[in-house]
Design a binder for this molecule. Structure first.
Ligand code: GLN
Length: 475
């Protein structure tokens, strides 16, 4: 039996009936990794710890190289963190371990989660399992590629501007960015603290609900974690959308949207209508400013968060400080010059600039105001709609190398995913079709804060009435 190709819930059923054991599942996935990893390069390293085969959810999982796992080398795919072994587990890694999860390996990503293609990793790119000439998306590209290539049953990623949903869309799987505060960020290496959330990447919507059950909940060590009860997300898996109100923003279907993506989305909307969903055309007038707003807020916060990587406390030190005049500053400068890649340097410079006195009001303060306008637009639509539906991405996966020297066009691939981070609301990407070239297409739903259940319900209904999530890449 191909245990590596099953969902977590299918594995759980086999465990219960005694038809397969967690050990068999783990070993089968390891064999799969051996077979396809040289082509996909989803992982930066495999974990040496042996699974202990106890706990309820003994599911093999891939963890993005941004979450602290005690004893493992965790680097955010950056030279500057080489050799960093966190002395503690992230809040959600504790939960994964307690639930019985087996960490298979640390998944590749864009350096410090800056990117949409997984190409800015210091380990080199990961590849899209549907077409190895294409990127898997980013920044959680390794996590998404591992799940799609059947090298992990499910995975954890982080999403600051789309980094779970965009790779999920490019790799034909399900990815959820939970509400800001729903999942603990304790032990998540910070990119932009007002936007970051951790979330699941899975093969179907039921697995997404199961993984949300495991990772959600209050953590006093994360001051932005919200103390409210966690529902059983699997209860939201109801195959029924009758009467549910789905808002379609007219701005989302403007120019720049790939024709094949548009067609798949239109078909998905028709199906939801047929199933009883009520579709409203809505408007989000400030969303055209979302990308600009995000790249001010996110780079500002990143420049401040990355100041701590100075060669003293973590990872790389370019040379000993010594006792010469300026020796300490020279050490900082050399460490940072050698340790950070091009995109990280670009973001630190942009972020420092928008925060500098004289420019702060013109850029950072103004971006914060526009952020509120974008959130107000969404609040207004949620007065009459249960969810908002858009494409996850304007295109399917692009070729490796295609956008790496054109940061602006790379940034524009986040146009649909960014508003949910700016507003702190939950958002999911699910498979909704394929291009003629055989690349997956993703549909995005955004919901009200803490209404992950509505996203899961509509996604589940759509999935139950389609076959996209069952297709597997030919590797
Ligand atoms: N692609 C976006 C960026 O480059 C989002 C990244 C993310 O969500 N971590 O910032």
């Amino acid at each position: 039996m191909n245990l590596h190709s099953l969902t977590a819930h299918a594995l759980m059923d086999l465990y219960k009936s005694g038809k397969a054991s967690p050990k068999e599942a783990y070993e089968d996935v390891l064999n799969r990794i051996k077979a396809v990893e040289p082509k996909v390069k989803a992982y930066v390293r495999l974990v040496s710890q042996q699974p202990d085969y106890s706990g309820e959810f003994q599911i093999p999982i891939a963890v993005k190289d941004i979450l602290c796992v005690k004893g493992e080398e965790i680097t955010c795919a950056s030279h500057i963190l080489k050799g960093f072994h966190p002395p503690y587990d992230a809040g959600i890694i504790e939960k994964i371990k307690k639930s019985g999860g087996t960490i298979l390996g640390i998944a590749n990503m864009d350096e410090f989660a800056f990117g949409s293609s997984c190409e800015s990793s210091c380990y080199g790119p990961s590849y899209n399992p549907w077409d190895l000439a294409c990127v898997p998306g980013g920044s959680s590209g390794g996590s998404a590629a591992a799940v799609a290539a059947l090298e992990a049953t499910w995975a954890l990623g982080s999403d600051t501007g789309g980094s779970i949903r965009q790779p999920a869309s490019f790799c034909g799987i399900v990815g959820l960015k939970p509400t800001y505060g729903r999942v603990s960020r304790y032990g998540l290496i910070a990119f932009a603290s007002s936007l970051d959330q951790v979330g699941p990447l899975t093969r179907d919507v039921r697995d997404c609900a199961l993984l949300m059950n495991i990772i959600s909940g209050y953590d006093e060590r994360d001051s932005t974690s919200v103390n409210r009860p966690v529902p059983d997300y699997t209860k939201a898996l109801v195959n029924d959308v009758k009467g549910l109100k789905i808002g379609i923003p007219k701005e989302a279907f403007a120019d720049g949207l790939d024709a094949e993506v548009r067609r798949s989305l239109e078909n998905a909307v028709d199906l939801l209508k047929k199933l009883g969903g009520v579709v409203h055309e809505v408007s989000l007038p400030h969303t055209p400013y979302a990308v600009a707003t995000y790249y001010i807020v996110a780079t500002a916060e990143a420049s401040s968060n990355l100041a701590r990587f100075d060669g003293v406390r973590y990872g790389l030190r370019a040379r000993p400080a010594g006792l010469r005049k300026n020796a300490l500053v020279d050490m900082y400068e050399e460490t940072r010059a050698k340790g950070f890649g091009d995109e990280a340097k670009r973001r630190i410079m942009l972020g420092t600039y928008v925060l500098s006195s004289g420019y702060y009001d013109a850029y950072y303060l103004r971006a914060q105001k526009v952020r509120t306008l974008i959130k107000n637009d969404l609040d207004e639509v949620f007065k009459k709609c249960d969810v908002i539906l858009t494409p996850t991405c304007p295109t399917v996966a692009f070729k490796v190398g295609e956008k790496i020297s054109d940061p602006l066009s790379m940034y524009l691939s986040d146009i649909y995913t960014i508003p949910a981070n700016l507003a702190g609301i939950p958002s999911i990407s699910i498979p909704c079709g394929f291009s003629k070239s055989g690349l997956p297409i993703g549909l995005q739903l955004m919901g009200k804060a803490f209404d992950e259940e509505m996203l899961l319900r509509i996604s589940y209904t759509y999935e139950q009435n389609t076959q996209w999530h069952l297709k597997k890449p030919n590797l």
